[in-house]
Design a protein around this ligand. Sequence first.
Ligand code: KDG
Ligand code: MG
Length: 412
Amino acid sequence: MTIDKAEVILTSPDRNFVTLKITTADGLTGLGDATLNGRERAVVSYLADHVVPLLLGRDESRIEDTWQFLYRGAYWRRGPVTMAAIAAVDMALWDIKGKRAGMPVYQLLGGASRTGLLAYGHASGKDLPELFDSVRDHQEQGYRAIRIQTGVPGLKAVYGIASQASDAFGGEARYDHEPARRGSLPMEEDWDTRSYLRHLPGVFEAVRNEFGPELPLLHDGHHRMTPIEAAKLGKALEPYDLFWLEDCTPAENQEALRLVRRHTTTPLAIGEILNTVWDFKDLIREQLIDYVRGAVTHMGGISALKKTLDYAAMFQIKSGMHGPTDISPVGMAAAMHLGLAIHNFGIQEYMRHGAKTDSVFRQSFTWENGMLHPGDEPGLGVELDVDEAGKYPYEQAYLPYNRLADGTVHDW
Ligand code: KDG
Ligand code: MG
């Protein structure tokens, strides 16, 4: 069947989301997530101005051919805007293929390799008492693996730490939903790597003493360290048996990880800002990482991330797909179908979306005993309520950035 219509929907229920909705000549619809946090309109334009005209009249069933046509045919390859746009088309076509077959997408990818997906949530606190409360709160929500981020003495605002309660979550503190972070200009935070390196091992020691040795603990370094600093941190955290240390150094300098690897056995996760299998090629082949952090939404879709993860499987490297709230429920569903099907699933990041988001995107996934499952609806299992989406117009919003004490802009 041919593609009759492709619409780009920009909505901001609790935060901004870009969704592609493809409709076939016989009225089947498929959804794809193209959200690029803080740069949403760039993808809207890429899709609406350059991709939608190419989709009309194409055969809905030719997912791989459409992917190759959009990737190779444009001449300009890779990059987050291009790959988010291609991802949305790919996801929407898998959604349609599932609906056409009457099967959930994970069945089309080879069927379930497990009964559910272990997921981790984000605990944070400016100090230990707040952090412990947040860990307990996550355990009550069912999480069986938890990311730990804390404030650093002497620093006023550190990314990943909620500083105020969020209305979208009934008063729960959520850094990703603070109104202050949705202003028309990016919020400035501060940073000092030496203070962070001095402080963090003690935090993990305290968390282990309080919560015991079993709980899988993760930490995100947000690209802030030099190779030697990251090596030092990895080594210092070894006694606390981390599930992973994420983004310890900036993702552009991949050779840096050779040095980090030489010094520590703390598992490493990288890649939420990478976009293609080419970005992961050397990291995987040289076994410089343990987990692939790529998101379906930013890696060119289910087709492309599956190839990357299949390649990673040859080196015993597992998935750790990016799943913050800026991955829409459609992108999360795509991640869950892929995670359920592949053999080398590791863990899935999962931050709950807010109630308004759930009213715009009707979903069929389940969350039980710390495990996600995409459900058995045909396709991806997500439907978008266009009227509801229309109630929430786009709001300009930037990610924060940080400066050192002397005013230098720092990596994050
Ligand atoms: O869009 C960027 C955020 O989603 C990112 O900063 C969150 O690092 C993040 C994570 O690991 O979820
Ligand atoms: Mg991260």
